[in-house]
Design a protein. Structure first.
Length: 118
């Protein structure tokens, strides 16, 4: 059985790596360090899950989330927002599937990702 595909969009290289290590056993992964690269990848792939930071260089996480929700190809893509900005996250609760406030617990992230990928 193939593993579900997860796109990780996080501009902090260390946190990007932590998220990757956390999910690599259960998911096929690709990472992006900026919003523009993420939008480009979303043109050519349909991830099961996008782990998305809100404050990104290039295109913002909120704009990427809006793009995902507006694209019929990505209708089944689940979005986990990972952000330190609680106020901004609250404005996106209807569009995101899960919101995790940083610092994110790796075990919680893995458990939630596994749950929503089913």
């Amino acid at each position: 059985m193939t593993k579900p595909f997860v796109l990780i969009v996080e501009d902090d290289p260390r946190l990007n790596e932590i998220i990757s290590i956390t999910l690599q056993a259960d998911f096929e992964l690709e990472t992006c360090l900026d919003g523009n690269t993420a939008l480009e990848r979303l043109k050519h792939s349909i991830p099961a899950i996008v782990v998305l930071d809100l404050n990104l260089p290039g295109t913002s996480g909120a704009d990427i989330l809006a793009h995902i929700r507006a694209d019929n190809r990505l209708a089944k893509t689940r979005v986990i927002l990972a952000t330190a900005d609680e106020r901004q996250a609250e404005t996106l609760t209807d569009a995101a599937d899960i919101i995790l406030l940083k610092p994110v617990s790796p075990s919680q992230l893995r458990e939630l990702a596994l749950r929503i990928s089913k």
